[in-house]
Design a protein around this ligand. Structure first.
Ligand code: FRU
Length: 496
């Protein structure tokens, strides 16, 4: 039983050993993207949380570093964020002008003899660019005696008002705060009661502005992870688009109307992208933000068939805001750094798909470190299915079905599935929201994950799977009629 060979992702981040959940404290500084993560080093299930740490120069190839934050008398270290304090507003820099990295996280302490936690917010600072942290002696910086759920602070610099702003999750709403120095925090407002999905507790928010269609206008975007209550069960991340007057976040009226009609504003409709947040200090020139998420779901994350480590992160993604006749949409796509690892193995124009048609097998290209791009112009076909299969009879199916105008993933025969009832009992669905006559898709494959970006990232689906042997054949299956793929190219991704 060699789970390393079979299941350790080729290029998605995993810890060498033990349990991981949410990405934390992501920031960019001096050439390095930092990724901290919820980590339980003693076990392969969730437990007393630490912050593990990894770095990368391109968000694709990662190096794991020693644990950055350990539990203390205020509690274990739950999710949070980190910023580069460029002006040393905190005074925690080694010298007056130094820029410390300041992490803000939730100290979570189980109340003896109960299932409840006391959750307060703490900070820690680093004067070696995020390698080691010192806890601030005035912790907690935000105390709490009344709220059961009060966690996951995400801090950002508010350039319009020259101050820090922070959002955190408080059960059924997001609370907004401001600070001059990262140490003293003032409550501003809250948002969310009765708005959006409330099938579970709200967690891991993020709040930033994005240009609309890459232009001069911008809107504020609020990410809210929710567990359970995702569109396909378990955990998922919804978003809201609006305006912020410095105190209160208010949904854009058009967005609010669309949301009330049909809440299909999810960063990812697959079951395995949770708690995703953006890198701070890493905004791209085009105004886009960069993010990644935890590639699992609380429904079964602690039972997946890997023993040495548990969970991986999604591929890093660029997030943009689009507006057209169908209203606002967040779009996300793999970061362009991934393209640097490509070597092209297969390319075809006008490929006819008739019944089940084999496209490639592992003699042409490995299907576990792979990027596939395709385009169907004049998209009218009633259905199509991509099929990844192996000699064992395992298969992963994903595609499109016109009867409900939605994309799907079916992992019911994908390999090991019986570790959880919730893993493969239902097909995952995602509505096609774009009305473009051309359908484009990008498919990112690793040993145990597929990430689908349809319509330039307007509909995204991420899911994990555990085949009994590597998938070695990629085919496509037509619906009732044959159809033509106008362009398909397949790249090997040579990461590591
Ligand atoms: C989300 C979450 C956070 C919390 C952390 C604990 O997955 O529940 O709200 O801070 O995980 O590990």
């Amino acid at each position: 039983h060699n789970e390393e060979a079979l299941y350790r992702p080729n290029f998605h981040f995993t810890p060498q050993k033990a349990w991981m959940n949410d990405p934390n404290g992501m920031f960019y500084y001096n050439g390095y993207y930092h990724l901290y993560f919820q980590y339980h080093p003693e076990s392969n299930v969730w437990g007393p949380m630490h912050w593990g740490h990894a770095i990368s120069t391109d968000m694709i190839s990662w190096r794991e570093l020693p644990i950055a934050l350990y539990p203390d008398e205020l509690g274990t270290i739950f999710s949070g964020s980190a910023v580069v304090d460029i002006g040393n507003t905190s005074g925690l820099g080694r010298t007056e002008k130094a820029a410390p990295v300041v992490a803000m996280y939730t100290s979570s302490k189980q109340l003896e003899g109960t299932d409840n936690w006391k959750q307060t917010q703490s900070i820690a600072y680093s004067n070696d660019e995020g390698k080691t942290f010192t806890k601030f002696e005035g912790n907690p910086v935000i105390d709490n005696d009344s709220l059961k759920d009060f966690r996951d602070p995400k801090v950002a610099w508010d350039e319009e008002r020259n101050r820090w702003i922070m959002v955190l999750a408080a059960g059924d709403r997001i609370m907004f705060y401001e600070s001059e120095n990262l140490k003293n925090w003032k409550f501003l407002s809250d948002f969310g009661q009765g708005i959006g999905g409330h099938g579970g507790v709200w967690e891991c928010p993020d709040f930033f502005k994005l240009p609309v269609n890459g232009g001069d206008d911008y809107k504020w975007v609020l990410f809210v992870s929710i567990n359970p209550g995702g569109p396909n069960g378990g955990s998922a991340t919804q978003y809201f688009i609006g305006d912020f007057d410095g105190t209160q976040f208010v949904m854009d009226p058009e967005f609010a109307e669309d949301l009330a009609k049909d809440h299909n504003y999810w960063i990812d409709f697959g079951k395995d992208n949770y708690a995703g947040v953006s890198w701070s200090n890493a905004r791209r020139k085009d105004g886009s933000k960069l993010m990644l998420g935890w590639m699992s779901n609380w429904q079964y994350a602690q039972k997946v068939p890997t023993e040495t480590w548990r969970s991986a992160m999604t591929v890093a993604r660029k997030v943009q805001l689009k507006k057209d006749d169908n209203g606002y949409r967040l779009v996300s796509n793999p970061v362009k750094e991934l393209e640097g690892y490509r070597s092209t193995k297969y390319k075809k124009e006008d490929l006819l798909i008739s019944g089940e048609t084999k496209i490639v097998d592992s003699k042409v290209i490995t299907l576990s470190s792979t990027e596939i791009k395709f385009e169907i112009s004049d998209f009218q076909t009633s259905a199509f299915t991509f099929k990844l299969s192996n000699q064992q009879g395992d298969m992963l199916l994903f595609g499109y079905d016109k009867t409900n105008n939605s994309f799907f993933i079916d992992r019911s025969k994908s390999g090991k599935i019986d570790f959880s009832e919730d893993f493969a009992s239902k097909k995952t669905k995602a509505p096609r929201t774009s009305s473009n006559s051309t359908l484009t898709g990008t498919i990112i494959l690793d040993k145990t994950s597929v990430e689908l970006f349809y319509d330039q990232g307007e509909t995204v689906m991420t899911e994990i799977f555990f085949p009994n042997a590597p998938y070695d054949t990629l085919s496509m299956i037509a619906g009732d009629e044959d159809f033509t793929i106008n362009h398909i190219e397949i790249h090997k991704l040579n990461v590591n």
